[in-house]
Design a protein around this ligand. Structure first.
Ligand SMILES: NC(=O)c1ccc[n+]([C@@H]2O[C@H](COP(=O)([O-])OP(=O)(O)OC[C@H]3O[C@@H](n4cnc5c(N)ncnc54)[C@H](O)[C@@H]3O)[C@@H](O)[C@H]2O)c1
Length: 383
């Protein structure tokens, strides 16, 4: 009897000891699993807050939803490419008026890039954190093709883009232009210069449209606290300019490559400043990411001043072309001098163009030499 009791009590003690060890193990497991879960949660929260993994697997800055209107154009496509590479979620909106799908074809495969074929003169409902408003034909021949449409694109386009910014509390940057200074009497042009624009001339649809857009940006900021930015872009060139866009750099390079006469309007002593695409886009991005109390307008351009004749001679030399320079009548209201005073951009954004005209032309000419011109259609008959 006593023996049976001893055996029973040993079994009982043994069971108790197993149970208490199991309990101990469960406690340890719970603590370890809990700690692991908390660490994972903290990591995910930090990751959502501060990092995103881009397509190439690099950790990047905070991911944003970015809308680029006119995103298939010369500057827009390069900007989209940069934003996609930085890991942002990019919506490119365009109606392909002065561009074409080939500009963004490589981006279409990327999961953080979306294309919306839309005309910005009509309202659209999108959810974004930042907007770069670039939609507008930029070359005189094309913006003069349908001047009323150009005005609508600048004015209604700005209203529609600002409407999205207001509703989403998004930051919005306007791609304005040195053309707001018209044919300037002040040289070089600082942002404080109010310009000399002919409101009834053939360039007014663009110049006045862009001026009205600046006004809209300032009023949405004053009335509705929309977080705006305005950059005034001076003549910019680079690879992937539309070969038929009709601007001076693409015209001269195209004519030189084909061995045709190089057409200089007037005596060619009118001056221009030429900014390389990558420098310009860097300035735009710095402005967007800059302090909220600096909304512009700010000039973005290369202060180096060249006569149109000098540009023609440089292009002939660099392409090794036999082209001859011929002169044609200067178009109405063509500005005689254009040069940015870019000190404000340097002071506020630490921005300064770094690519020289020769270096930029080298890359641009190389791009024009390898494209198949048959793959491009002129946007309008005016190029
Ligand atoms: N490149 C320059 O030298 C320069 C100088 C000053 C200002 N800017 C401004 O920068 C912006 C981009 O210029 P760019 O050189 O890339 O010109 P671009 O013509 O190559 O690009 C403009 C883009 O806007 C699109 N677009 C035009 N109308 C539209 C509409 N109604 N709806 C939707 N999309 C429309 C075009 O299809 C094109 O893709 C423009 O707003 C231009 O005024 C450019």
């Amino acid at each position: 009897m006593l023996q049976a009791y001893v055996v029973e009590s040993n079994v009982y003690d043994f069971a108790i000891s197993i149970a208490s060890q199991f309990h101990y193990l469960v406690n340890v497991f719970t603590v370890v699993a809990g700690a692991f879960w908390i660490a994972k949660d903290i990591r995910n929260r930090l990751r959502r807050q501060f990092f995103t993994i881009n397509l190439q697997g690099k950790a990047m800055g905070a991911q944003k939803r970015i809308l680029v209107t006119g995103g298939a154009g010369f500057l827009g496509a390069f900007l989209c490419e940069r934003m996609v590479t930085e890991g942002h979620d990019v919506i490119c909106l365009d109606n392909f008026f002065t561009s074409q799908k080939s500009n963004i074809v490589d981006l279409l495969e990327q999961p953080n890039f979306e294309f919306v074929r839309h005309d910005i003169t009509h309202p659209i409902w999108l959810e974004v954190d930042e907007i770069y408003n670039l939609a507008c034909p930029a070359a005189p021949g094309h913006y003069q093709f349908n001047p009323i449409k150009t005005l609508k694109t600048s004015v209604l386009g700005a209203i529609n883009a600002l409407g999205i910014a207001k509703r989403c509390h998004a930051k919005i940057l306007q791609a304005s232009t040195s053309e707001v200074y018209g044919d300037p009497e002040v040289h070089p042009q600082p942002e404080s210069y109010r310009g000399s624009v002919n409101p009834v001339g053939p360039r007014a649809c663009y110049d006045e449209g862009k001026r009205a857009a600046e006004t809209l940006f300032m009023e949405y900021n004053r009335m509705n606290n929309v977080n705006v930015r305005i950059v005034r872009i001076f003549n910019t060139y680079g690879p992937r300019m539309h070969p038929y866009d009709g601007r001076v750099v693409s015209n001269f390079i195209g004519q030189a490559i084909r061995g045709e006469d190089i057409t200089v309007f007037g005596d060619g002593n009118q001056t221009r400043s030429f900014c390389y695409r990558d420098d310009l886009v860097e300035g735009m991005v710095r402005m967007m990411n800059g302090p909220d109390d600096f909304i512009g307008p700010v000039n973005l351009g290369n202060a180096g001043e060249f006569t149109v004749l000098e540009l023609a001679e440089l292009v002939i030399e660099m392409t090794g072309s036999n082209s001859k320079i011929v002169h044609k009548a200067l178009p109405a209201d063509d500005p005689l001098r254009r040069q940015p005073d870019a000190t404000l951009a340097e002071e506020k954004l630490g921005w300064k163009p770094i690519v020289s005209l020769r270096e930029g032309l080298e890359k641009t000419i190389a791009w024009f030499q390898q494209i198949d011109w048959a793959n491009y259609r002129p946007p309008t008959p005016n190029f």
